[in-house]
Design a protein around this ligand. Structure first.
Ligand code: ADP
Ligand code: MG
Length: 592
């Protein structure tokens, strides 16, 4: 393909697949199958949104059918009662959907755990009863006589023309999602399921991204509803109830939640299975095809295909290797760094109490630009807690933290990241199914600004290349360029920790905080880490290093602060600390 069209970027060649859709429509398929495929296309659109929301973002919604209903009812009402064109009313439907999704999302997405699914059930139910009880919407009879979609006299609302319309929409929707997931915003979205704390530390506003994918999923559903209304030529509440909301979720799960193309195979499976079971089951067990048996069928499929139906198809496609498109990209701008010797971090009598336990007891110390300061102490001394107080993960009980002269205590960690503080985690936090390069690029989140829309339309490539160039550069800097295209989850512990350092460096930090970077490393890997730290010192990066490995600490730090039981025991140069009787006693008294 790419040889036929040498000047078109490879990514864009997939749009040629759209030409297959009219080609399929010309084939002598029975009309029955065209109709079935039209429904499958309508379902796929909703399911695509759910792949993004639930599969990738980890947010479960049973309420998508209600958004389909909003799209359908808005267009039906406005075309029938106001005589408006369906090509206009689609936007009215999208606008009403957007407003309701933003409202529902704003109210519910802060809730954790099971509250979100419950809230979406409540939303689905209430909208269903609203549609069924409003006189203006024809109560449970709905609205009849919805006009057909047409272009220049050509009726698009049935059979093959509708097939072309709906499947072009499905494919364009799928391409848009694939583009989105492969972007700056996409990496932030992919962090929502399992790594929100890390993403916030990289400057990602996770609530905003959750609301964003809730909105996008609702808009996909709304478009499906609009098409549905003009396909059926009538609307009533029943296809928009909770039962359908559950079914949409099944489709996404059956497809192999998290795979964009799975949305289509899931819709296909569900529709075919529903039809088959409705014929088959009354013969087998004598009841009419009730809902439980469909659930039963779905459970069977999941038992034999735990990764969803897309895994049947997807395993035949190789994972595409990312091509180096960034070698010509311009470097990202860098922030102005504090002058050598200037106080970067000023920790002033910070205190943290957990109930009666004083984990950090009025600790004060400073870090000057270009210094590597070690924070050491026996287990449970309060090092990680101090670290979390500085980075904004925990709130202070009292005291203050000043960063580059500005008080930062009390502000969220993503805003601290914006001011130039970057960190790694004691327990590695990453997105295992993203490549090392993508994980590291998440660190550069704040150095770009392209959002979801430009990603979907691929208008973000120049910025994306600049971000990738930076991520690749940081990986080279710490000697991990060879692992760039590996999945992060496949790395051993040592490279994982180095990857976290590269990610933190991608923020272009004025201060880097490392929490036990050598924990769990083998001797060789520790030496590599020490090499990286020495190299960073040579580049005048300021670092706060929490570490257990005394050889490493003595080797790379300029200054050491020792904590014991939450208190400040002493501080000084590595020699002074080594010779201190107090420090020796503290360590002897506990673990050594
Ligand atoms: P270190 O990193 O030096 O090993 P930590 O800062 O993790 O020590 O812990 C200091 C003390 O605070 C320990 O006694 C620990 O049990 C306690 N602690 C830490 N986090 C919490 C928390 N979220 N709730 C209650 N106690 C905590
Ligand atoms: Mg710790």
């Amino acid at each position: 393909m790419s040889r036929l069209f040498p000047h078109v970027p490879r990514q864009n060649l997939r749009y040629l697949a759209l030409l297959l859709i009219p080609a399929l429509a010309i084939l002598p398929l029975p009309d029955f199958w065209i109709t079935q495929l039209n429904y499958i296309g309508l379902y796929s659109l909703v399911s695509l949104g759910l792949v993004l929301l639930t599969g990738v973002g980890g947010l479960t919604s049973f309420g998508q059918a209600a958004f389909v209903g909003i799209g359908a009812y808005t267009s039906a009402y406005l075309t029938v009662n106001m005589g408006m064109s369906p090509w206009v009313t689609v936007f009215a439907g999208l606008a009403i959907t957007a407003v309701s999704a933003l409202m529902v999302g704003w109210l519910t997405l802060r809730m954790s755990g099971h509250y979100l699914p419950l809230a979406t059930i409540a939303w689905g139910l209430s909208l269903y009863y609203l549609m069924g009880n409003l006189d203006a919407l024809g109560k449970y009879d709905g609205i009849l006589g919805v006009p057909a979609l047409s272009v220049g006299g050509l009726d698009l609302s049935s059979g093959r023309p509708f097939f072309i319309l709906v499947w072009c929409m499905v494919f364009l929707g799928a391409f848009a999602l694939l583009n989105l997931l492969d972007s700056r915003t996409g990496r932030a979205i992919r962090s929502l399921k399992s790594a929100t704390q890390m993403a916030e530390a990289m400057g990602v506003n996770t609530l905003q991204h959750k609301i964003g994918i809730f909105l996008i999923a609702a808009l996909f559903a709304s478009v499906s509803g609009w098409l549905f209304a003009h396909f059926q030529r009538t609307v009533n509440p029943s296809p928009f109830g909770l039962k359908m909301g559950i079914e949409y979720l099944f489709m996404a799960v059956l497809g192999g939640i998290g795979h964009v193309w799975g949305a289509i195979t899931g819709a296909l499976f569900t529709k075919v299975m529903e039809d088959q079971l409705q014929v088959l089951l009354p013969q087998l067990i004598g009841t009419s095809g009730s809902y439980e048996v469909i659930v039963f069928g779905i459970v069977l499929v999941l038992k034999y295909l735990p990764d969803g139906s897309w895994s049947l198809v997807g395993r035949h496609f190789p994972v595409p290797q990312r091509v180096n498109t960034w070698f010509k990209a311009e470097a990202l701008p860098e922030r102005s760094k504090p002058a050598l010797g200037e106080v970067v971090l000023d920790v002033q009598k910070v205190r943290k109490q957990f109930g009666g336990l004083v984990a950090v007891n009025d600790i004060s110390f400073q870090i000057k630009a270009g210094q590597i300061v070690g924070l050491i102490g026996p287990n449970g001394a309060g090092k990680s807690t101090t670290f979390n107080l500085i980075t904004g993960v925990l709130g202070l009980t009292s005291g203050a933290v000043k960063f580059r002269g500005e008080v930062i205590s009390g502000i969220p960690s993503r805003e601290i990241a914006l001011r130039g503080m970057s960190r790694t985690f004691q327990h590695v936090k990453m997105i295992p199914d993203m490549t090392v390069l993508e994980n590291v690029a998440l660190g550069a989140h704040l150095r770009g600004n392209k959002g979801a829309l430009s990603a979907m339309l691929r208008l973000d490539r120049e910025e994306e290349n600049r971000l990738m160039r930076e991520a690749a550069r940081q990986l080279e800097r710490i000697g991990m360029a060879d692992h760039m295209h590996d999945l992060a989850g496949n790395l051993a512990m040592g490279p994982q920790r180095l990857m976290e350092i590269a990610r933190a460096l991608c923020c272009d930090p004025a201060l880097l905080l490392l929490d036990e970077p050598a924990a769990g490393l083998r001797h060789k890997e520790k030496q590599a880490l020490a090499g990286v730290l020495r190299q960073l010192r040579g580049e005048d990066v300021s670092i706060l290093l929490v570490e257990h490995d005394m050889d490493l600490v003595m080797d790379v730090t300029d200054h050491i602060v020792v904590m014991e039981f939450g208190t400040h025991l002493m501080e000084g140069t590595p020699q002074e600390v080594q010779q201190s009787d107090k420090v020796r006693a503290a360590y002897l008294g506990t673990e050594h």
